[in-house]
Design a protein around this ligand. Structure first.
Ligand SMILES: Nc1ncnc2c1ncn2[C@@H]1O[C@H](COP(=O)(O)OP(=O)(O)O)[C@@H](O)[C@H]1O
Ligand SMILES: [Mg+2]
Length: 278
């Protein structure tokens, strides 16, 4: 038994026009982790996700899932995609059925589950993403944010082992962006790994066990979320701003109000708790 989902070895990928989107990427993705992926536009985040789901095939190097190198025949890809769900950056690449209900049901209907199980999982995913009122609407009438939530529901209903979320909060208003964190929390089951590509640094800092920073197709940081924000040169290079909660904690430490040894707060609630203890 391996405790890894994915293992990438010296993976490189060039698009047909010659763009080198990923270069010599070596990476292990363990089970049961919440991993945030940060990096500029064009760093290669979406290209990486498309490799994990078998949509793109490495130009050189290798990629394995649960100890086995990926196979790109139709049957193997179908099995992979049952276990590795992706919510695309652009929901229009994801949704294709007539109505919201048809779209959400499409994946689960192809898994060989009992009708009872299918209905249960769809109802759960619909409730999590709050799309009940949209079920009978044609997809093309939905707003960007609504499409994202529908795309998310369709993937959640399949209960994937690995969930790839490509900028899930982009285009959502504050209310629904905050909801994303809440349903992510409900998805944790100890085994499932969630990878979240995002530009939302406070979200990554609050949520992730591990942060990967990419730049020009390479990994320039892979490790602890708190440790990352102490690395000033790296932050400058990757144009990453420190989360405000982190900044506040440092300011309070400098004023000697917080001890130097505190566990760094990751959320507004953590910070409030520390302040109340003063
Ligand atoms: N279909 C494509 N054809 C050619 N180049 C592409 C294509 N898709 C993405 N790229 C290029 O690959 C690089 C990585 O892009 P992408 O993976 O989308 O980055 P990110 O998701 O981090 O913004 C960028 O230079 C981008 O312009
Ligand atoms: Mg992208």
């Amino acid at each position: 038994m391996t405790d890894l989902y994915f293992e990438l070895k010296q993976l490189s990928y060039a698009y047909a026009d010659g763009t080198h989107a990923l270069t010599d990427m070596t990476l292990q993705i363990p089970k049961g982790k919440k991993i945030a992926l940060l990096g500029h536009n064009g760093a290669g985040k979406s290209t990486l996700f498309q490799h994990l789901n078998g949509i793109l095939k490495p130009t050189t190097g290798s990629i394995s899932f649960c100890g086995e190198e990926l196979n790109y025949n139709r049957k193997a890809l179908k099995e992979l995609r049952q276990q590795v769900g992706i919510v695309f950056q652009d929901a229009d690449n994801q949704l294709f059925s007539g109505t919201v209900m048809q779209d959400i049901a499409f994946g689960p209907l192809n898994l060989g589950w009992t009708t009872e199980k299918i209905e249960e999982k769809i109802a759960w995913a619909v409730a999590q993403t709050e799309v009940e009122s949209l079920l009978d609407k044609p997809i093309h009438f939905l707003s960007v944010g609504q499409k994202k939530r529908v795309a998310m529901a369709g993937v959640l209903a399949m209960e994937p082992s690995v969930l790839l979320l490509d900028e899930p909060t982009a285009g959502l208003d504050n209310y629904y962006a905050a909801q994303v964190l809440q349903y992510l929390a409900k998805l944790e089951n100890g085994e499932r790994t969630i990878l979240l590509a995002t530009h939302d640094i406070p979200l990554a800092y609050e949520w992730a066990d591990q942060i990967i920073v990419m730049e020009a197709g390479k990994i320039i940081y892979n490790g602890d979320p708190v440790e990352l924000f102490f690395q000033e040169q790296l932050l400058e290079r990757a144009h990453l701003e420190r989360p405000w909660v982190f900044e506040m904690a440092i300011a309070l430490q400098n004023k000697k109000l917080f001890d130097k040894n505190i566990t760094m707060p990751r959320s507004k609630e953590d910070l409030q708790r520390l302040i109340e203890q003063l």
